[in-house]
Design a protein around this ligand. Structure first.
Ligand code: SF4
Length: 410
């Protein structure tokens, strides 16, 4: 079967969609060349949901079977017309009959250049009042450690040098099967081979619970020093209304504990601006938190009321206020990034090249997962580079020499 794929949303949803396509047949790159059209959907905010529905209407014009995977058929099935093939996320591990062919989506592998993205669990243990992902993906179901191990071995045998583990909450991994993220990672990191592991998004509530073993495994040379941990707000009352399950103090404790053992770790966090109940004082708490933590990556989202969630009918702050708050946070963040990247110009450091970049260049990564653009390089290789310039969100490097690996101990 020839499958045309479009995938949207988080790295988990994108990986699962391509794994589904991979297990269905040959991936082709235009709808005209395909027998079947597959779209991996996201509904995290209303704007994205509308985009998905519009794209499905456009794909239907090709008069070929349209398969709709992901969070739309899982949380908003009622929005889909009967002439599509809906595959909700909980079918990812099951035997699915698609157009007469029996397949198991999780048998596929998603690789792009030398990067393999491997989902390690579906769902989470949270009940955040704004979150439709909980409705789409439900309660935590971790994927077996042996299945993950086999996937990683397969990816390495196919040339992967970067393994990305994705989930709604990687820190909750294994809680439903008597293991844990650090335990699973130790097994992966004992594999021989030249690869780096990127640990995906985790929730502060779960990270706090396993903090010491988590920091220990982050210390392994095979793990990128990159921590993606959404805080969502710097105000405790808003965190309580969101039902996030931690306080600002606990969040900052996580960050300072990590930084005390891994000094130059890259912090990535998310903020929801305009949550019901937020006023100027609450926003100032968030602004000051960002000023203190200085995250290099900051994903700012305006609150989007989602159906079926507790916060759906709650009254939001005025649009003008929210616009102003978002603009102030974005400006602060631009300053934080500029300052950090500029401070690295002139420095030498090891990098790995897991993928191509734009305009025929290469996108290398430092140990802290900072993006370094290289003119000439080879995918899958390790180099020592000098940082010669800094852009708004990336560095530019010059290759000094090829290296054997990024990991000191191999
Ligand atoms: S932890 Fe909260 S925000 Fe994250 S997926 Fe679960 S319910 Fe949604």
């Amino acid at each position: 079967m020839k499958v045309y794929v479009e995938a949207y949303g988080c790295s988990q949803n994108i990986a699962e969609t391509y794994m589904l396509a991979n297990s269905m047949g040959e991936i082709v790159y235009t709808p005209d060349d395909a027998d079947t059209l597959l779209i991996g959907t996201c509904v995290v905010i209303a704007h994205t949901e509308h985009r998905m529905l519009r794209r499905i209407r456009e794909l239907k014009k090709y008069r070929k079977p349209v398969i709709v995977y992901g969070c739309l058929p899982s949380a908003r099935r009622e929005l889909l017309e009967p002439d599509i093939i809906p595959i909700p996320t909980w079918k990812f591990r099951e035997n699915v009959n698609i157009l007469g062919k029996e397949i198991v989506p999780m048998n596929g592998l998603f690789m792009w250049d030398a990067i393999a993205t491997i989902p390690i669990a579906n769902g989470c243990l949270g009940n955040c009042t704004y979150c439709i992902t909980k409705i789409a993906r439900g309660t935590l179901r971790s994927y077996p450690p042996d299945w993950i191990l086999e996937k990683v071995k397969k990816a390495i045998s196919q040339g992967a040098v970067e393994i990305r583990f994705s989930a709604q909450d990687t820190a909750a991994y294994g809680r439903d099967m008597g293991t844990s993220l650090p335990e699973m990672l130790e097994k992966i990191l004992s594999l021989s081979g030249k690869f780096m592991v990127r640990i995906g998004m985790m929730e502060p509530r779960e990270a706090y619970r396993i903090l010491q073993p988590l920091i220990k495994v982050y210390g392994n040379p095979g793990v990128y020093k990159f921590l993606h941990i959404p805080v969502q707000s710097g105000n405790n009352e808003i965190l309580r209304l969101m039902n996030r399950g931690y306080t600002r103090k606990e969040f900052e404790e996580i960050i300072s504990r990590f930084r005390s053992e891994i000094s130059d770790i890259t912090i990535s966090t998310d903020i929801i601006v305009g949550f019901p109940g937020e006023d100027n004082d609450a926003f100032e708490d968030t602004y000051k938190l960002v000023e203190r933590v200085r995250p290099e990556i900051l994903n700012i989202t305006r609150f989007s009321p989602r159906p079926k969630t507790p916060a759906y009918k709650w009254k939001s702050p005025s649009t003008n206020k929210v616009k102003d708050w978002s603009a102030r946070l974005s400006a602060l963040h631009r300053e934080i990034v500029r300052e950090k990247l500029q401070s690295l110009v002139g420095k030498e450091m090891p990098v790995i090249v897991p993928s191509r970049g734009k305009k025929g260049r290469f996108l290398a990564r430092t140990r802290e997962y900072r993006p370094v653009i290289l003119e000439n390089a080879e995918i899958g290789k390790f180099y020592r580079v000098e940082i010669i310039d800094a852009g708004e969100s990336h560095l530019k490097g010059r290759i000094l020499q090829e290296e054997n690996t990024m990991r000191e101990n191999n």
